[in-house]
Design a protein. Sequence first.
Length: 375
Amino acid sequence: MPDPLGPRHLRHLGDFSGLAELAMTQRELFPPPGPGLRDSAREVLGVLELTAADVRTERTWTADGLSGEEVSWDVGFGPRTHAYVLRPDRAGDSVLPGVVALHCHAGMKWAGKEKIADGPEGPSPEVARLRAALYDGRAWAAELARRGFTVLVPDVLGWGSRRFPPADMPDGAPGESGVPLSAADRYDLAAARHEHVLAKYCTVLGTSYAGVVAGEDLAAAAYLRSRADVGAVGCAGLSGGGLRAALLGAFDRDVDAVAVVAMISSYRDLLDGFVARHTWMLYPPGLSRLCDLPDLVASGAPRPLLVWYGERDEILPLSGMRRAHAMIAAHYRQVQVGYTGIFADAGHSFGRAAQERVFGWLARHLEADGGTAWR
């Protein structure tokens, strides 16, 4: 496989493509990971130590075979985090395996948890449109709960209950050709510009956008484990949610299984024209001087890890996915167990076929009977 940092023209850098070669000559990028990678990466990302404090139940409901709770907590700054907790309504107080279901980025920050799970109100038109494009129309976190899981779906910094007031962000652009936009769509246009500002603040404050989000997700996972109705806990997500799952798996040694959908590529292959399409969460400063992204994803070995790769993914290079798969498999070969890499004829999505495969995999690794004893 050719190395994209070789002597060739890198799209988006144009006449400045030599920057990549010069950087490589002056410092080692993407080195083989050293011992203690998880701790070193946690320091580089500036992962915040956060706790889900003052947990409250805001409301409860029963619908479509599910028992739902909306809970909230305080992480120490900003509005309270709201999250859905979904379980089969027939489960009562039974202890069920838990999953932290992590919503995607998808350029939509007006909604967070609502993208993959319904409250009593059902989806908004914007959410229904996104689900149709990415999830085959399904609220996958709710469907997972119906299979016998306690599923926690939290908002995170910048989304849903954790979104910024419009007054603190750039104005959204008007609709094209005079077509009016909904309040949600106007917000998302402004939020796209604001993410650059937020990432800069995080860097100046000694953390990173990824580090703050990972800190919030660590607090959410700890809350889920604290519940009396929850046993072993895993996590899963698509795209930006897949990155969140990968980071949670890297930094939380008590997560029992990690499923990442349509997110993982080697950094070096992203350089050839794929950098601009992704969130700042994917680019924490300094990580490339520790390792390549697949090394961090695999750092929890031998804990069970599933990575789903879409061969027609529009925003990830197939070469980078293949390189990532080979790197992760090499890490797991040292322990002979744990890694499932799936290449599918799919784009950047988490459709029903992928969902069913992930649901079954989570059940095998988290249920008390027949689960993998990896510790």
